[in-house]
Design a protein around this ligand. Structure first.
Ligand SMILES: C[S@@+](CC[C@H](N)C(=O)[O-])C[C@H]1O[C@@H](n2cnc3c(N)ncnc32)[C@H](O)[C@@H]1O
Length: 256
């Protein structure tokens, strides 16, 4: 028989930056929370309220954070875990599900909600047009949770399948060489003129956007705040004088 637990846990996506990209549902959950847990910079985006407790932690502590959040919810608290972007895209919703899967049975009775957010690739795509308007793949280049050999295989196969590709976590302070390797792998099956979008800190005051090609991308520009979109053979660039070009992926795909 299931135990009725009074607490609840909502995993909220705060979007990639600006407040106007936070959904009203996410804001409502944040406002009603008694406890807020998250990576320090995400929690800093939420104003302090006397009646709420913030529990900040480092970005490598996802499972501990998820366990702590579930324990608080099981004790009867209204708990919110915050993520940047969407909580289900390389973020906390998965860690919470893993913690429930492997945790005490009573956690399965907690009222769990996931509030979606604008994920970085959609914000980046919207800034330049519609590069992800048709079939595309999404790959994180972080090898903390999966071996690099798996990442390379996924890059190779999605490149061969001629999908547009959104790359998350393309680099970090300590991990800089893999984005070069990723470009080398994609070049094996894609032309050097394939359009590439580099979107850094989208939606924030330090946002920068550039449209380049697979052959000409300056890898040094890419850091942990960058979202990279690599087009398919159907991705086109429309030059517009002084304005940033429009980038889109055609709707019609030829038989191969
Ligand atoms: C751990 S993932 C989190 C993704 C997040 N859950 C989402 O849905 O956007 C972090 C990566 O997302 C991308 N990212 C997040 N916010 C961004 C922004 N404002 N501009 C560009 N890329 C961003 C970067 O590639 C960064 O390395």
């Amino acid at each position: 028989m299931s135990t009725h637990l009074k607490g609840n846990l909502t995993v909220v996506g705060l979007g990639p930056g600006p407040d106007e990209w936070v959904t009203p549902a996410a804001l409502d959950a944040v406002t009603k929370a008694q406890d807020l847990l998250g990576y320090i910079p995400y929690l800093n985006r939420i104003p302090n309220r006397e009646e709420q407790t913030k529990h900040a932690s480092d970005n490598r502590e996802e499972i501990t954070r998820a366990n702590d959040a579930l324990a608080l919810a099981a004790s009867g608290r209204r708990v919110v875990v915050v993520s940047g972007g969407d909580p289900g895209v390389f973020a906390m919703a998965t860690a919470v599900c893993e913690a429930i899967d492997h945790g005490p049975g009573v956690w399965r009775d907690i009222d769990i909600r996931i509030e979606p957010g604008v994920t970085a690739m959609l914000a980046a795509a919207a800034r330049v047009g519609a590069p992800l308007g048709h079939d595309f793949a999404v790959i994180s280049l972080s090898d903390i949770l999966k071996p690099w050999a798996v990442i390379e295989k996924r890059l190779r196969l999605t490149s061969e399948a001629d999908l547009a590709i959104a790359l998350y976590n393309p680099a970090s302070r300590t991990r800089k060489e893999q984005i070069q390797r990723a470009f080398d792998v994609m070049k094996e099956s894609r032309g050097h003129n394939t359009p590439v979008v580099l979107a850094k800190s989208v939606g924030r005051k330090e946002e920068t956007l550039s449209v380049t090609t697979l052959g000409e991308t300056n890898i040094a520009q890419i850091d942990m705040r960058t979202l990279v979109i690599v087009g398919s053979s159907a991705t086109r660039v429309i030059a517009r004088g002084d304005q940033l070009p429009l980038v889109y992926t055609e709707r019609f795909v030829k038989e191969t």
